[in-house]
Design a protein around this ligand. Sequence first.
Ligand code: AMP
Ligand code: GLY
Length: 432
Amino acid sequence: MNILLLGSGGREHALSWKLAQSRLLSGAQDSFYAAPGNPGIAEHATCVDLDLSDHRAVAEFCDMRRIGLVVIGPEAPLVDGLADSLRGAGISVFGPGKAAAQLEGSKGFTKDLCERAGIPTAAYVRTASLEQAVAALDGFTPPYVLKADGLAAGKGVVIPETYDAAVAELEDMFGGRFGEAGAEVVIEEFMQGEEASFFALTDGATILSFGCAQDHKRVGEGDTGPNTGGMGAYSPAPVLNAVMRGEVLERIIAPTVRTLANEGTPYSGVLFAGLMLTAEGPKLIEYNCRFGDPECQVLMTRLESDLGELMLACADSKLGTCGPVRFSAQTALTVVLAAKGYPGAPEKGGAIDLSAVQLPDVKIFHAGTRRDAEGVLRADGGRVLNVTATGLAVTQAQAAAYRAVDAIVFPTGFCRRDIGAREIAREAALSE
Ligand code: AMP
Ligand code: GLY
């Protein structure tokens, strides 16, 4: 079968690496395309230039190349309804349609759904004006959790410590800092606990667990500094134990899938739940309608099942015919190498030399990279490389990942040196 993968990040490099191993692409005639792709993805797929906001152009490409499966990596085209347009043209698509993608596209939509379905999450109020929002603050205690309703590239959440700071933030948000995404603001109760990510595949009826991970969102060591898209991750995340995973499936994922199906907007694709592990059990922080980046990189490194077959089954509402998803028992850990300046203005164009990295159990996924006319690899974005290693547990996977990081020559890059540290402290305590 011919497959088209959409996206250009480290997440999509990991997806392309795994899809390239699928039986769906094992025939001599099978072709694998990616748009727009990146130099890492280009090792597995033919990269083509497509404007993802031009749905007709994407559908025409699929028709011309007889594409049997389209995999949509990032959230923006999903929230924009690309999956609906392609399905309307008779193409199998991995990823939810516009209505179900509102789970990520509108925080207020998700909070209302949680309320209807009795899903554990933080108490909240939706506000549509500065006056309404300031008045609503009285119903909460500091720190205040303020969220722009729409897509804001992971930057739409602010957590001011005082009432005055919250009012100033609200003035900023309603003043247009997040553009359209901030036309509505959700104010939430502050939840205390450790965060973890849980993934499930669903075709709207069947749900298959797809592993768990822990991300490191802040740019600085010790979880300091501004939020980023993610500076590193590992999987599995033992902090989300088997009992909690059962609870998440039963009390959060299943009622979400059921409610959306009952309301005529079934969810199809991967459902990524950001969780807070509170004293009262796991609660939903937010949903994403695609794989996490960099969580995807560690999940794909551990995945033993055929990714292409699972994605096609999801797309064709046949997930019930697939067995449980199989993962290696090993731990995978990824360290993000970012360009200096990230998450503000990253320095572009810095040269990267990977030639000294020849360690077993290490995979380097490309995010924001490009090759110049001489073939030199250069930084071309905020997050640039994801150095991914495996090991018996987080301690070993982390050591292998940093050995590889240290072999990379990238003078304009930086990384956090403490990815997995919290879990490593727990592993050390266990071995004492
Ligand atoms: P989100 O984009 O909704 O995942 O939020 C970004 C980050 O803000 C989360 O990863 C949490 O660290 C934090 N956060 C969001 N909502 C809450 C909440 N209700 N209580 C505490 N922290 C939160
Ligand atoms: N790493 C968090 C995300 O992809 O949203």
